[in-house]
Design a protein around this ligand. Structure first.
Ligand SMILES: Cc1ncc(C[n+]2csc(CCO)c2C)c(N)n1
Length: 222
């Protein structure tokens, strides 16, 4: 192996992914992802997924706030700040437009209880943010962002017609997002080895929740 290749193989974030590869691939290759690419997610499943994911976004912003508070460089704080602005803008309008296109009413959204995996995600994101530990926060952020980028970049060139599907792919595969994932990985590569057990713990739990999150969308009456 060349020096460059061996140092790539030893990246801390790659070690984390390799340690959880089975679950990672199960999530990235999930039925939901396959059906998203072909535009064949049953409407009831897509509605349930998006209702739950819109709630996920609320806790996610708490986690980003934790990253802004605990990052150890000004540059990192600026990056997280810019990203928080993007998430609070474009992505939020995607949800609202998708709810309208799918005929999801405000009442339906309010009456739908939190799925177990939504509660689990909310809890781990709040736990990581409350820990005030930059490594723990980065471990959860890396799973949430990198795993989504991984499946989105595996999408076929020809995407479905409806923006409900297509935009959910392109939101997770575009130059701004890809650069942010690269940044998240380099930050965890840098600080993670100093607190490896903690990083592994949060990373592993977050992957299990990602898988459960896709699964729960199918646990609705179609
Ligand atoms: C369960 C679940 N896990 C990860 C993501 C991905 N994600 C969450 S917030 C965010 C930032 C802006 O897009 C991204 C990429 C998701 N949506 N739902």
């Amino acid at each position: 192996m060349t020096d460059a290749a061996s140092s790539t193989a030893q990246r801390f974030t790659e070690q984390l992914r390799q340690a959880n590869l089975t679950q990672w691939e199960q999530a990235v290759g999930h039925r939901f992802v396959q059906e998203l690419f072909t535009g064949t997610v049953p409407d009831a499943v897509m509605k349930q997924y998006l209702i739950q994911d819109h709630r996920f976004l609320d806790s996610f912003l708490t986690l980003l706030g934790g990253a802004i508070a605990t990052a150890d460089t000004f540059e990192a704080r600026l990056r997280f700040g810019r990203f928080a602005g993007m998430v609070s803008g474009d992505e939020n309008t995607y949800f609202l437009r998708a709810f309208e296109a799918l005929g999801v009413t405000e009442a339906q959204r309010q009456q739908t209880p939190d799925a177990t995996s939504t509660k689990g995600f909310s809890a781990i994101m709040r736990e990581a943010a409350a820990s005030r530990d930059y490594t723990a926060i980065l471990a959860v952020l890396n799973v949430a962002e990198w795993l989504y980028q991984d499946w989105a970049t595996r999408a076929p060139a020809q995407l479905p017609e409806s923006f409900v599907y297509t935009e959910w792919v392109t939101l997770h595969d575009n130059p701004f997002f890809n650069e942010f994932v690269a940044f998240l990985r380099s930050e965890l590569d840098r600080v993670g080895p100093g607190n490896a057990a903690l990083a592994h713990d949060f990373f592993q739990r977050a992957i299990g929740l990602e898988l459960a999150f896709f699964d729960q969308a199918y646990q609705v009456a179609a």
